[in-house]
Design a protein around this ligand. Sequence first.
Ligand SMILES: [Zn+2]
Length: 127
Amino acid sequence: MYCPVCFQNTMKIRSNGVVKLAFNGKSRNNSLYTYNLQKETQEQLLAKLRDKVVDFFSFYSEFNNKTPIKNFEVYSADFMCSNGCKIDVMSTKVSVVGVIYTKAEVKALLLAEGKKFGIDIEVNLES
Ligand SMILES: [Zn+2]
């Protein structure tokens, strides 16, 4: 992964940190969770993601005009560069799709939960 400071392919996710979510650019105050890649299984990490997606969807499903979810971000600032670059935690948003979760896992989860709550999912995770 490329470092935003030195532009070298030297960025790695920290073994533990915080993941944040945004749906069409919106988040709830609690749309975040901690992860620990050394202690948690993939199932546990997916369960945490699912909990927060469900939390947001149950809130969003109350809206009268629900626009489809076209943009979904699951990201973290807990990355480090092996060149020792200082990563700005406030402005760094690095997607963890392809790092913690696969695109297929994220898409399947969104589609399944969207269906339960009557929310259309038109997310393109290729970006
Ligand atoms: Zn760097």
